[in-house]
Ligand binder design. Structure first.
Ligand code: NAP
Ligand code: FER
Length: 341
């Protein structure tokens, strides 16, 4: 049996190029004592992977080494097992990377029950992105009923969950997204109070849709969207810095005015609290997150959308698309049949 993998060939400069990656074929490895061999069904593509392809700045995780398989969360099925806790046929969430088969060490694998939720959700609404939303809103933001929460990338894996939790908690949820179709989905399907296109007039959008200002800004994007949300922050507002995807490919400072004085001044005058959020700091909320979000999905209070691309050879274009807003919902690449669908 052969295993197709995508390895990192060069650290990308700016937007990753096809030539920064290579699709290689190797033998499927044999699981050693205590190990499990997993066939990948879905692999997750996430913005943080861009950060792991840099070797020239400090981060919370080590960069991928050149020649190594690109890292990432996966959902798969056990093909062979030397671990008494897992048997052939079990569905699992894993960190298998961009490849068709992977060996997992004990400790990383999580058994999935396909009767409880579609297995793909283990890398989306019921996985790391949903957990990030839950940690930020429930764990950090001190959001109260009646307040306004603003979130960018609102139709995405994290943003969609953020606004819906805010609504469930009695707050006003306002989002931005990159197309009118995404905005309509966020309003109608995800039932945010408002969502407008960030490619339009941002200042007018904020004025119309956040008439009482912003109490919590859940930041996913950065750039002009951040600046406009910042300008609307209320006294004692909270900013959750989850991500800043608009700058992930930057190689230099963007052109434009230096707003650092206005940002510091606004933070001081409004006595803002700015939190950096790292999902892995919030494992103590994992069980609460699973209980609450799966309950809200079952009751119909929380909805989600997946964008499933087929075939390992389409992973790199899909990843490039993620960094330009071409995905619509949680981006997954399907590598083999999902026997549960
Ligand atoms: P996602 O929202 O499903 O997909 C990314 C979205 O970002 C795109 O669909 C696009 O939405 C927007 N985007 C992409 N490139 C952009 C650009 N150049 N300018 C403006 N918007 C752009 O992704 P996700 O997984 O939910 O991640 C959302 C954010 O959360 C990212 O910043 C990610 O790094 C962060 N995150 C942080 C943690 C943590 O622990 N801190 C954990 C998970 C995720 P539009 O078309 O609507 O613009
Ligand atoms: C993690 C911490 C953070 C992780 C992902 C993130 C896969 C995402 C960060 C980002 O998108 O900026 O442990 O595990």
């Amino acid at each position: 049996m052969r295993n197709r993998q995508i390895i990192l060939k060069a650290y990308p400069v700016g937007m990753p190029k096809a030539s920064d990656f290579e699709l290689v074929e190797r033998d499927v490895p044999k699981p050693g004592p205590g190990q499990v061999l997993v066939r990948t069904i879905y692999m997750s593509l996430d913005p943080y992977m861009r950060g792991r392809m840099n070797n020239n700045r400090r981060s919370y995780a080590e960069p991928i080494k050149l020649g190594e398989v690109c890292q990432g969360g996966t959902v798969g099925q056990v093909v062979a097992s030397n671990d008494p806790d897992f048997k052939e046929g079990d569905f699992v969430a894993d960190f298998g990377g961009w490849q068709e088969y992977s060996i997992s060490a004990k400790g990383f694998l999580r058994k999935l029950d396909p009767d409880l939720a579609p297995i793909s959700t283990a890398q989306g609404v019921l996985g790391m992105p949903g957990h990030t939303a839950y940690a930020g809103v429930i764990g950090l933001s001190k959001l109260k009923a009646g307040e306004t929460l603003f979130v960018s990338a609102a139709s995405g894996a994290v943003g969609g969950v953020v606004g819906q939790i805010a609504r469930i908690k009695g707050a006003r949820a306002v989002g931005v997204a990159g197309t009118d179709e995404k905005c309509a989905f966020v309003r109608k399907e995800l039932r945010f109070d408002a969502c407008f296109n960030h490619k339009g007039d941002l200042a007018a959008g904020f004025k119309e849709h956040c008439p009482k200002g912003v109490d919590v800004n859940f930041e996913n994007v950065g750039g002009e969207v951040f600046w406009n949300a910042f300008s609307r922050m209320n006294l004692h507002g909270r900013i959750i810095i989850c991500g800043f995807i608009s700058a992930y490919n930057d190689t230099d400072l963007p052109p434009g005015p230096d707003r650092s004085g206005m940002i510091l001044g606004g933070a001081l005058v409004n006595r803002l609290t700015i939190h950096g959020l790292l999902v892995s700091d919030w494992m103590h909320l994992w069980a609460d997150f699973q209980r609450d979000v799966s309950g809200w999905i079952r009751s119909g209070e929380l909805r989600y959308r997946e964008d499933i691309v087929k075939g390992l050879e389409n992973a790199v274009p899909a990843f490039q698309g993620l960094l330009q807003g071409k995905n619509f919902g949680k981006l997954l690449v399907q590598l083999s049949d999902d026997p549960t669908r």
